[in-house]
Design a protein around this ligand. Structure first.
Ligand SMILES: Cc1cc2nc3c(=O)[nH]c(=O)nc-3n(C[C@H](O)[C@H](O)[C@H](O)COP(=O)(O)OP(=O)(O)OC[C@H]3O[C@@H](n4cnc5c(N)ncnc54)[C@H](O)[C@@H]3O)c2cc1C
Length: 376
């Protein structure tokens, strides 16, 4: 997802040629099935939609996306509900939810349509060597020199390792279970975030009366949810969702993802940068991972796209420095929010309800929270 998006952004900002290397096969014209473009869905913030518009891809992405008009945040069996809505921010929508396979189909379709982007898939880089003017890369046995090498190969990035950049990994001991849920009534563009004792649960609107479920919990709990038949699973889910949510009718295939936070110790070194999951992975609670990455990529492409020496360290370090604040704020919030909601101390629980209530009662606080979440 990060690699394809960056290739398009680099071209948009004047890069003469880009090579995109993917280890999985990609068949022209077919929805991809790679680790990024899998059964998940992505909530794209208003900021991400604006970047897609600049790339000329927004209309195609929206053909099969559902708009988020309202975000409804609640906690089980407690007071404290907050709603964020698009009208309050004078926006046509707060964001949109797209299935990763469709998103991948659109991004890779644009990659394939650009003769200056060479897509090598399935292909692999077997070695890299630093030269005085870039990296010599061995790609399927063939050597080539690049003035800028970008590691976008996921949280366990081999390229990042080859660059000598270490990463911190924090296993949260939790998994995210995902599934598409069929509804018995329309969702009306509402995205639900519900904080439960096990962990947060999100239901995001999808086209055709469906919602994308992201349900996080301790691994043994997720083992149990995975072992249930569809009816028992739906019953367990119904028990936890609030009365505000639409009636759930059917559950699609379930998949799980371990929640391991990753943070690369550096994102810029001479002639190379680290982006996407290779640079940082977040708790999926607020659907911020790719939105944050997309902002990193847009700025990187703007800074290096038309440069004769795109791998200059000063240029890359300045980019990394300019992205640090946004990355730190979002990482802190996505670590802090699920923790905050897990603490069982009654006094603290009360404060946290007040927090949600305050967010609902103070339009200013809600507005700044929403603008941040939307990447504006
Ligand atoms: C359950 C869940 C829900 C999420 N929901 C949202 C959301 O709603 N909104 C949001 O903004 N973010 C969301 N995210 C985060 C989002 O999925 C990530 O930001 C996104 O996957 C980052 O993509 P990436 O391309 O950096 O890495 P990856 O998705 O890990 O992709 C890495 C790619 O590199 C390829 N690769 C690996 N090794 C090599 C190699 N050696 N050579 C060549 N290619 C290689 C892989 O095949 C893969 O295609 C969610 C994450 C999870 C787990």
């Amino acid at each position: 997802m990060a690699g394809a998006a960056l290739a398009l952004l680099l071209r948009h900002h004047g890069a003469a040629a880009v090579t995109l290397v993917e280890s999985h096969a990609i068949r022209a014209g077919e929805p991809p099935d790679t680790p990024s473009f899998d059964a998940r869905s992505t909530a794209l913030s208003a900021g991400s939609l604006a970047i897609l518009e600049r790339l000329g891809l927004l209309d195609t992405v929206l053909e099969r996306a559902a708009a988020i008009d309202t975000v409804h945040v609640s906690r089980r069996e407690r007071l404290g509900i907050t709603r964020l809505n698009a009208a309050e921010h004078a926006l046509p929508r707060l964001g949109a939810v797209v299935e990763n396979r469709w998103f991948g189909h659109v991004l890779l379709g644009a990659v394939e349509a650009d003769p200056a982007i060479e897509l090598r898939a399935p292909a692999s880089v077997s070695a890299i060597a630093r030269e005085s003017d870039g990296y010599r890369v061995t790609l399927d046995g063939e050597e080539r020199l690049t003035p800028l090498l970008i590691a976008a190969d996921g949280a366990r990035s081999r390229t990042r390792e080859w660059l000598g950049i270490t990463a911190r990994h924090q296993d949260l001991g939790q998994d995210a279970l995902i599934a598409n849920i069929g509804l018995a009534e329309p969702h009306q563009g509402v995205a639900f975030e519900r904080f439960l004792d096990d962990g947060p649960l999100a239901l995001l609107p999808l086209p055709d009366h469906r919602m994308a479920l992201v349900w996080t919990g301790p691994r043994e709990q997720v083992d149990h949810w995975m072992s249930l038949d569809d009816d028992a699973f739906l019953a367990a889910l119904r028990q936890r969702v609030g009365a505000a949510m639409p009636r759930l009718a059917r559950a699609g295939e379930r998949q799980r993802y371990p929640l391991i936070l990753t943070e690369a110790c550096a994102q810029a070194v001479p002639f190379a940068a680290v982006v996407g999951n290779a640079a940082h992975t977040l708790h999926p609670v607020a659907g911020q991972g790719f939105n944050l990455t997309f902002r990193d990529l847009a700025l990187l492409a703007e800074r290096v796209g038309g440069q004769p020496n795109p791998g200059r360290l000063a240029l890359l370090e300045q980019w990394a420095a300019d992205r640090r604040r946004d990355q730190a704020d979002i990482a802190r919030a996505s670590r802090w929010v699920p923790e905050l909601f897990r603490v069982r101390n009654p006094l603290f629980a009360h404060t946290r309800q007040l927090g949600l209530l305050a967010l609902d009662l103070l339009p200013g606080a809600r507005k700044s929270f929403a603008r941040r979440a939307m990447g504006l």
